[in-house]
Design a binder for this molecule. Structure first.
Ligand SMILES: Nc1ncnc2c1ncn2[C@@H]1O[C@H](COP(=O)(O)OP(=O)(O)OP(=O)(O)O)[C@@H](O)[C@H]1O
Ligand SMILES: [Mg+2]
Length: 246
């Protein structure tokens, strides 16, 4: 579904991403791991069109998306969440998601469709799916950190993505909140058929959840493979995981 090849991006001569390769198969969960500053967030910005690569190719469902603006990439079916939570703090939970649903519906519904009513129904369904149904009326800025991060996933679902990219979805969460997100990601895949790409520093979560793991170091891809192969890769152990860690 997604194929990133030899991607490169520098900022004022500093190579943040020097040679990134990533593939994500339909229905699979792919994790991107690597130390702070490895280039994970930059890679996600490149895939979703926030920044443009200097070199390399990004193909989504066999279409070259490198030169497309973010809204066009979003329309093709890629949504994302951010490392730093990005929701409207003053709107309530329901409105945050409804804005996203309406914005998608405006593009795909004709004039006779009752978009508003449909949006209400769909928003309720999304909030139910992510477990925020009983907090629909809460002002988003007053939610716990964990709930705000889940709300951001709900907003991304308003676009009905085929591919969902999550930048550190459990960062700063308690073990209980992390478990909720982990189960949610599994359900998004199994019940909604969404393909997931995420990056995360929590290795236990990564190795529990991912079908594929891509390891980044200094802007380049060291390896992408199944978790057991990554775990046993000598260079990965030495460079990042540490021989004691897994
Ligand atoms: N807009 C920018 N201008 C200059 N340098 C940047 C910019 N964006 C990222 N960088 C640099 O590129 C490198 C990669 O950053 P990036 O945020 O992609 O790393 P990361 O793997 O997501 O790290 P973390 O795990 O801490 O989130 C870092 O050295 C960062 O300082
Ligand atoms: Mg990052």
């Amino acid at each position: 579904m997604l194929q990133v090849t030899a991607l490169q991006k520098s900022f004022d001569g500093f190579m943040a991403v020097s040679d990134a390769h990533l593939h994500a198969a339909q229905g699979e969960i792919t994790a991107v791991i690597g130390p702070n500053g490895a280039g994970k967030t930059t890679l996600f910005h490149l895939i979703t069109g926030q920044i443009t690569p200097d070199r390399g190719s990004i193909r989504f469902k066999d279409k070259d998306i490198v030169s497309l603006p973010p809204y066009a990439i979003c329309r093709l079916g890629i949504s994302r969440s951010y490392q730093v939570v990005n929701v409207f703090d003053r709107l309530d939970v329901f409105e945050n998601v409804r804005v996203a649903v309406l914005s998608r519906q405006r593009r795909s519904f004709n004039l006779f469709a009752n978009a508003r009513r449909m949006a209400v129904k769909e928003t309720r369904e999304i909030l139910q799916t992510v477990g925020l149904g009983d907090k629909a009326g809460r002002i988003s800025g007053t939610l716990s950190h964990g709930d705000r991060k889940v709300l951001e996933i709900a907003v991304a679902l308003g676009n009905r993505p085929e591919l969902l990219i999550l930048d550190e979805p459990t960062a700063g969460m308690s073990p209980e909140e992390t478990e909720i997100v982990l189960q949610l990601m599994r359900r998004l895949r199994s019940e909604m058929g969404i393909t997931l790409v995420f990056c995360e520093h929590d290795m236990e979560m990564v190795f529990t959840l991912a079908d594929q793991i891509m390891v980044m170091q200094h802007g380049r891809t060291l390896i992408q493979d199944r978790p057991d192969a990554v775990r046993n890769h000598p260079e990965v152990r030495a460079a990042y995981l540490g021989d004691d860690e897994c």
